[in-house]
Write a protein that binds this ligand. Structure first.
Ligand SMILES: [Zn+2]
Length: 338
């Protein structure tokens, strides 16, 4: 089974936190946290459609300027999410530059920024290149069940955590379901692999009726061929299984309320990224800095409410072994990715 999400900590487990998640078949990527991103080539940065920032401490947000630098002048709408206060923080970053020449760009690059309070409410505003990145279209938003991104293929949900008196968001990326295609059964139907599979998978995830028609186009001996097939015809070649889930948690104080929220968010995650800044013998220091120790992160990961087969990746682990077991369905591919 080929996973849809291909996550990668671009600065390893000890550098600035940035989780790049490439989305197979979607031709785009998501970013969790925005620390130093210069290790990512521009072609990958240009794939990013959504950025989810946990909080604006420097190591989580310093990459904003570089992302802006790469995307400036391009035809792109970038969505950013962050905790309360995030709109002001983005606006302050943008105000630090002089924008008297940006009207010369043909494209009107736009940032659409949302700050959410973790209780289903928030505010949203846009900043457009041709308007010298002035804050416009500000409005309140409702995030039912704290879902920030809801699409037929995937959703992203957040939880508000406490990082020593400042709000810090944790995120869970969930594939709605995973549609497997039996290649040999497609061959029996006389159908090739191709881009049409993406349309088909989206139709399945949208719960379209069985008579829904998919256009299959391919080239054969220099001849362009085309055929309409219904979902009912395709059914024998498909198998729908639970989707992939990735949780991302960092910079949180160790206390009961945080732990409960993390467990709720990360329940049944195939992969949990969680910070482990201090060794357990430095737990007092961790408490003062509002970070988890490796042991505390492990305790959260081992809570019974997490899937027994889930895998945990500790960020900045200084002690304890990393890499618990991995759900068999993803094991091979994740092993290749890490
Ligand atoms: Zn922090």
């Amino acid at each position: 089974m080929r996973p849809t999400f291909h996550p990668h900590l671009i600065n390893g487990s000890t550098g600035d936190p940035v989780l790049f998640v490439d989305c197979l078949f979607e031709h785009r990527a998501l970013l969790f946290d925005l620390g130093d991103i210069q290790a990512l080539p521009p072609r990958k940065l240009m794939r990013i459609s959504h950025v989810f920032v946990t909080h604006a401490h420097m190591d989580h947000f310093i990459g904003f300027d570089w992302l802006l630098r790469i995307l400036l002048g391009r035809e792109k709408d970038l969505q950013l999410f962050g905790p309360p206060g995030f709109l002001d923080q983005v606006e302050c970053k943008l105000r630090a530059y002089t924008w008297n020449l940006v009207h010369n760009y043909v494209s009107d690059f736009a940032l659409h920024v949302s700050e959410v309070d973790g209780n289903g409410a928030g505010r949203r505003a846009s900043f457009r290149c041709h308007s010298a990145f002035r804050r416009v279209d500000e409005t309140g938003v409702i995030c039912t069940d704290n879902v920030l991104l809801r699409e037929s293929v995937m959703q992203v949900r957040c939880a508000l955590l406490d990082h020593g008196g400042i709000p810090c968001l944790a995120y869970a990326l969930q594939e709605q379901a995973h549609v497997n295609v039996w290649k040999n059964r497609l061959q029996e139907l006389g159908l090739p692999l191709g881009a049409w599979l993406r349309d088909m998978k989206q139709a399945v995830l949208r719960n379209e009726p069985e008579q829904w028609q998919i256009k299959v186009a391919w080239r054969e001996s220099d001849t362009q061929r085309e055929r309409l097939v219904s979902l009912a015809e395709l059914k024998p070649a498909l198998r729908i299984v639970p989707g992939q889930k990735i949780a991302y948690v960092t910079d949180v104080a160790w206390h009961k309320d945080n732990v409960k929220r993390i467990v709720d968010l990360a329940r049944d995650a195939d992969l949990l990224y969680i910070e482990a800044v201090f060794m357990q013998r430095d737990a007092g220091h961790g408490q003062r800095k509002f970070h988890l120790t490796a042991h505390q992160a492990g305790e959260i990961a081992r809570l019974r409410t997490l899937a027994a087969s889930s895998r945990c990746i500790f960020r900045r682990a200084m002690s304890e072994k990393t890499g618990l077991c991995c759900a068999p369905k993803w094991r091979r591919h994740l092993a290749e990715l890490q």
